[in-house]
Design a protein around this ligand. Structure first.
Ligand SMILES: [Mn+2]
Length: 349
């Protein structure tokens, strides 16, 4: 049951969310902000957490020995402390190296699979030093371009083996799988929250395998993000979120939270706030992309705007007339309930 205690939310994003505007069809259109410049923007915009790919934390890590990686991670840790920020999670970037062309943990090549697991262990080392036990796994290339290239039964087994290796490497870490149905692959092996929570049960430590739900990814799977969140919350396995928005079934757009469908955003904030998301230290993560048309000086507004959308919708979910809402349900007047919600969203009640 939801209780009345109010959550104080903390917000996070990753350095990749302030970017140069390149897309698959054109180059960068803005000069880069340095990592240090980006760090300064967090607090100013009301963010306390930094989400990291392993090589956001330690660039060029494939060229470094474990000890060198650790030394660099320690420097970063101090830098974060000085800025009053904390690392929310570390995610191994397993989709850019030549050894992950055919997938990482599910590659058909055993040397490539081995690389993927070693790289993941380094990501765990970095997480340890940055003071987080959360590892996000976006299984970017764990899927196929053509059905006949891989064996789906074997792929699941390999994913389980990879996660078992992680869970064994460090007895404190928790893995949050970030499901996505497609892109870059034609078909991904873990497309939805249900798949992620099911595969968790096959690992040696199911209690340490949960999910990161991204709104856009759920929408790409034809699902409602708030229902996906409710599902994960039922298992106490919603450990982080990537809130954003998505205009239908096309490429992963990472639009400003609420920008396409305000009602869908409202329902996400409602389910999170109702069931105490954030009270165990979970962050409201925003994975949003600035439009390519945006000039450099104002290429951070999508983050600021997404956070503000969350807070405005939070105000609405906390002040909406719940008694009236329940009355509509009681008499099964869902047409009435629908207009009641729309009127609230338009602030014309
Ligand atoms: Mn996305």
């Amino acid at each position: 049951m939801p209780d009345k205690q109010k959550t104080e939310y903390r917000f996070s994003f990753g350095p990749w969310n302030i970017h140069e505007g390149a897309d698959p069809f054109g180059p960068a259109v803005r000069d880069s902000f340095s990592f240090d410049e980006k760090l300064k923007m967090y607090k100013k915009m009301g963010f306390d957490g930094v989400q990291f790919h392993d090589d956001d934390a330690v660039p060029d890590m494939n060229k470094l020995k474990r000890q060198q990686i650790i030394t660099k991670a320690k420097k970063l840790s101090q830098k974060l402390k000085n800025a009053g920020l904390s690392a929310e999670f570390v995610a191994p970037r397993l989709w850019e190296d030549y050894r992950t062309i055919d997938g990482a943990y599910t590659s058909n090549n055993s040397a490539c699979r081995k690389y993927a697991i070693e790289r993941t262990k380094r990501a765990i080392d970095i997480a340890n030093i940055l003071g987080t036990n959360l590892i996000v796994l976006w299984l970017a290339r764990e899927g196929t371009y053509i059905r006949e290239a891989k064996d789906s039964r074997k792929a699941v087994q390999r994913l389980v083996e990879a996660m078992n290796a992680m869970l064994e490497y460090d007895s404190k870490i928790r893995i949050a799988i970030e499901p996505k149905p497609n892109e870059p692959m034609d078909q991904a092996y873990i497309p939805t929250t249900g798949h992620a929570l099911a595969i968790a049960q096959l690992t040696t430590h199911p209690e340490r395998v949960g999910v990161n739900i991204e709104s856009a990814h759920a929408i790409l799977a034809g699902l409602d993000p708030s229902d996906e969140m409710g599902f994960a919350l039922s298992f106490n396995k919603l450990w982080t979120v990537h809130l954003n928005d998505q205009n239908g079934l096309k490429f992963d757009e990472d639009k400003t939270f609420g920008a396409v469908n305000l009602r869908r955003a409202f329902n996400q904030v409602d389910i999170l706030d109702k069931y105490g998301y954030g009270r165990s230290g979970e962050f409201i993560g925003l994975d949003v992309k600035a439009m390519r048309t945006q000039k450099k000086e104002i290429s951070h507004l999508h983050l600021k705007n997404s956070r503000e959308m969350f807070l405005k919708l939070l105000h609405l979910v906390r002040t909406i007339d719940r008694k009236k809402w329940q009355e509509y349900i009681k008499v099964r007047n869902y047409e009435g309930l629908e207009i009641f919600i729309l009127n609230n969203l338009m602030n014309v009640v």
